[in-house]
Design a protein. Structure first.
Length: 248
């Protein structure tokens, strides 16, 4: 048994009502980048990883999907390469391009990655997660026009670093919610309020801000009441190497 197995106990891979598991994955750097084991990815995932213009983005994509397969493998007692992904029906048209799911479905999950950091959320109920690198001030000016009027009012109250941080909180909550309901950005970003007043958030959903680092903002959206436990863990980099992570 490797150190990675001892660090991550079986109890950490249990899906129960009222529990939200959040896993942070950092892009491998230096020697760890060369040790990334992509053998469990399917051909589509490997092609996608190779298609990024910036190699660093492709490396993050590959690491995120290796992590996703290995995490879901532990939760479902399935070899990572055998984890099968499907799409739920689109809530708008019913087509097979809604939220990603595992088959057979025994849990709900969501994946996001941005600028060196990835995030996986796992729960017993529908969940969406989003992580974003904090934008530059000029980006806030442009993208702020796509916010709900109430969110724009809150953004207008502050300047500088606090404005950037507030935009990051709002935007990651918004994308997490849109992932959770399965529409993505096909639903107008101006339609739903995800600002500071939780009483005005979409009914039937709970938004959770996720601590990550000084350069990113992250959030999760969970269907139903607030989870009794929401645990954030960082996945050890060596857990993405060639070690047999499913070994007992």
């Amino acid at each position: 048994m490797t150190e990675a197995h001892r660090a991550l106990r079986p109890a950490e891979f249990t899906v129960t009502e009222g529990r939200l598991d959040l896993w942070l994955i950092r892009r491998p750097e230096g020697p760890d980048a060369g040790g990334l084991d992509t053998s469990e990815l399917d051909p589509v995932e490997r092609h996608r990883a190779d298609s990024f213009i910036r190699p660093a983005d492709g490396l993050l994509y590959a690491a995120a999907h290796v992590a996703l397969r290995r995490l879901l493998g532990r939760y479902t007692d399935t070899p990572p390469q055998d984890v099968r992904f499907v799409r739920e029906p689109c809530p708008g048209c019913g087509g097979a391009h809604g939220r990603p799911a595992v088959a057979p479905r025994s849990l709900h999950f969501s994946l996001s990655h941005s600028a060196g950091l990835a995030l996986v959320g796992v729960a017993a109920v529908p969940v969406g997660v989003d992580v974003e690198k904090l934008p530059r001030q000029e980006t806030v000016e442009v993208c702020g026009r796509a916010l709900h009027p109430g969110e724009r009012d809150e953004l207008a109250d502050v300047q500088g670093a606090e404005r950037t941080a507030r935009f990051g909180r709002i935007w990651t909550r918004k994308e997490a919610f849109l992932k959770g309901i399965g529409t993505g950005l096909s639903r107008p970003s101006t339609e739903d309020y995800l600002g500071a007043d939780a009483r005005r958030h979409p009914q039937g959903w709970t938004l959770v801000d996720i601590p990550c680092d000084a350069t990113h903002s992250a959030a999760a959206a969970v269907k139903g009441p607030a989870p009794a436990t929401a645990t954030v863990r960082s996945l050890p980099e060596h857990w993405l190497g060639a070690a047999p992570v499913l070994a007992s």
